[in-house]
Design a protein around this ligand. Structure first.
Ligand SMILES: [Zn+2]
Length: 456
C-alpha cells in the first residue's frame, strides 16, 4: 500500500509535551502513523507517498468519546432528574426497542460522531450486534458495551449471556477497530451472584468493564442505605474493579476515600459535563481526580441527555463547569481539557499506546479542523500569545471538522460522510421514532404501574 503524507500548516500532536508543529506533515501507512515531522523533511524522506494538502486546517488526534448511548429519543425526554428520567422515559423505551431500531440508532450516532471529529466511541446500548455492524460499516473505532441487567425487574435488558455472545462474535474484529467489553447499567440492575460473573468474563476474555456510578446524590444515598457503604467501596467489595480496564461513567459524587480507591486501582473515569448539568446531577471533582493521576476522559452521554454528540462542545462545557463550580477562572486549564478529550480519554480506556495522540507507531486516527473561520481567528500557533489550546476548548465546534480519518481510512472529507448515506440514515430515523414512541406509550398505559426499580 502506498503511504500518504498529510501536510498542514499546523499539527497539534497531544504528545507528552503538547507540542505544536508548524508546516508539518504526518505519514500514514496502512492504519499506522509512521512519521511526524517538518513537511519538507517528510517530502524528501517519503518521495513516493501520496501527498494530501490540508489547507486552512490544523491536524490533531481524533476525539475519544468515553461514554455514549446510541438512541433515537433526542428532545423527547426532557425536564427530569436522572432516576425519575430513567423510570419514566428510558426504561419503558428499552422494553419495546427492536433490534432494527437499535441498529439504526447506532448508525445515526456514529455518523454524527465522525462528522464532529470523534474517532473512538464507547457505546453502551442494546441489541449491539447491529451496533457492531454499524461500526464496521461506518468505520468508527468503537467499544461496544451492552446495557446488561441481571435482575427480574429488568429482564428486558441485555444479559451477561448476550454480552458474552457479542464478545465471541465481535471482540477485536474489523482490523481491531471494534472491541466488546462487559457492561452493566448500574449495580442496582443486577443481583449479587451475577456480579461475580462480570469479573470472570473480563478475565476470561481479557476485556474491560464499564458501568455508571456515583452519578447523582440519590445514587449515593440509596447505596449507603442498602450496603452501608459508598458506591465505589461497594463496587470494590463486589469485585467489580478487578478488570484490566475498568471505566466508570460520571463519578460526580465522590468522597476522598473513593477518589483514592479509583487512583489506587487505576480506574478510568468518563466525565460527562453536559449530561451532569442537564440532568441536574452535579459537578464532578475533576481537578481532584486529575491531581491524583486518575485518567479522566470526556463523554457526551446519549442523544437524550445532551442533546448532541459534539465532543468539542463537551470540551468547552468541561472547562466552563469546572470554572463555574470552583468560582475560579483558572480551574481546569485548556491543555488539561484537550488531553481529556484525546490522550487522557485513550488512557481511561487503556488504549493510550494505540490512540489519543499524533505520534509514530500509533493508529492513524486523525482529524482536520477548519482554521479559516471567524471563531478560530486570531490563529496564533507559537509565541507567548499562542492560543490554539484555548480556541480548541472554547471556540471550535464539531461542524468545523473537515476530515476524519480512523485506522488510516478517510471517512469524512470536506465535511461530508463518505462511509454511509447520511440522508438515508436521517430519513430512516425520522420514520422510526413515531412507532417507537407509540409502542412505549402503549406499554406505559398497559402496565398501569408506577415503575420504581429502587424499591425492589
Ligand atoms: Zn450514560
Amino acid at each position: 500500500m502506498t503511504a500518504t503524507l498529510y501536510i498542514a500548516n499546523t499539527i497539534v500532536t497531544m504528545n507528552e509535551n503538547n507540542d505544536i508543529l508548524n508546516d508539518a506533515g504526518i505519514v500514514v501507512d496502512g492504519n499506522t502513523i509512521v512519521a511526524v515531522d517538518d513537511a519538507t523533511h517528510l517530502q524528501a524522506n517519503y518521495p513516493t507517498a501520496e501527498i494530501v494538502f490540508c489547507d486552512n486546517s490544523l491536524l490533531m488526534p481524533g476525539l475519544v468519546n468515553t461514554h455514549c448511548h446510541s438512541g433515537l429519543l433526542r428532545g423527547t425526554a426532557e425536564g427530569l432528574p436522572v432516576w425519575e428520567w430513567l423510570q419514566q422515559f428510558i426504561d419503558p423505551m428499552h422494553r419495546v426497542l427492536t433490534p432494527p431500531e437499535a441498529e439504526l440508532a447506532s448508525r445515526l450516532c456514529y455518523a454524527e460522531s465522525l462528522l464532529s471529529g470523534t474517532t473512538t466511541i464507547v457505546d453502551m446500548w442494546r441489541h449491539m450486534d447491529g451496533s457492531a455492524r454499524a461500526a464496521a460499516d461506518l468505520g468508527i473505532r468503537a467499544i461496544m458495551v451492552p446495557y446488561v441487567a441481571e435482575h427480574p425487574d429488568h429482564d428486558y435488558f441485555e444479559t451477561l449471556d448476550t454480552n458474552e455472545a457479542l464478545i465471541k462474535q465481535w471482540h477485536q474484529t474489523s482490523n481491531d477497530r471494534i472491541h466488546v467489553w462487559v457492561g452493566l447499567e448500574h449495580m442496582f440492575y443486577a443481583q449479587t451472584p451475577a456480579l461475580g460473573r462480570i469479573a470472570n468474563l473480563c478475565k476470561e476474555y481479557q476485556t474491560g468493564f464499564h458501568t455508571h456510578s456515583n452519578e447523582s446524590r440519590f445514587d449515593v444515598e440509596k447505596t449507603l442505605e442498602r450496603y452501608q457503604a459508598r458506591p465505589i467501596e461497594v463496587l470494590e467489595k463486589l469485585g467489580l474493579l478487578e478488570a484490566n480496564n475498568t471505566l466508570l461513567a460520571h463519578c460526580v459524587w465522590l468522597d476522598n476515600a473513593e477518589i483514592q480507591i479509583l487512583a489506587d486501582r487505576n480506574i478510568g473515569v468518563a466525565h460527562n459535563p453536559v449530561s451532569n448539568m442537564k440532568l441536574s446531577s452535579g459537578a464532578a471533582r475533576v481537578q481532584d481526580m486529575l491531581t491524583k493521576g486518575i485518567a479522566v476522559g470526556l463523554g457526551t452521554d446519549g442523544e437524550k441527555e445532551n442533546n448532541n454528540l459534539d465532543m468539542f462542545e463537551e470540551l468547552k462545557t468541561a472547562s466552563l463547569l469546572a470554572k463555574f463550580s470552583a468560582l475560579d477562572a483558572a480551574a481546569l486549564d485548556a491543555w488539561s481539557v484537550c488531553r481529556m478529550g484525546t490522550i487522557d480519554g485513550a488512557r481511561a480506556l487503556g488504549m493510550d499506546k494505540q490512540i489519543g495522540s499524533i505520534e509514530p507507531g500509533k493508529r492513524a486516527d486523525i482529524i482536520a479542523v477548519n482554521t479559516n473561520t471567524p471563531r478560530m481567528t486570531p490563529f496564533i500557533t507559537s509565541g507567548k500569545y499562542q492560543n490554539l489550546n484555548h480556541n480548541l476548548v472554547h471556540a471550535v465546534q464539531g461542524g468545523d471538522v473537515r476530515m476524519t480519518i480512523v485506522n488510516g481510512e478517510v471517512l469524512v472529507k470536506d465535511g461530508k460522510l463518505l462511509s454511509a448515506d447520511l440522508d438515508n440514515i436521517i430519513a430512516d430515523a425520522n420514520l422510526a421514532i413515531g412507532p417507537l414512541l407509540e409502542r412505549r406509550d402503549a406499554w406505559i398505559k398497559k402496565s398501569g404501574v408506577s415503575i420504581n426499580e429502587l424499591d425492589q
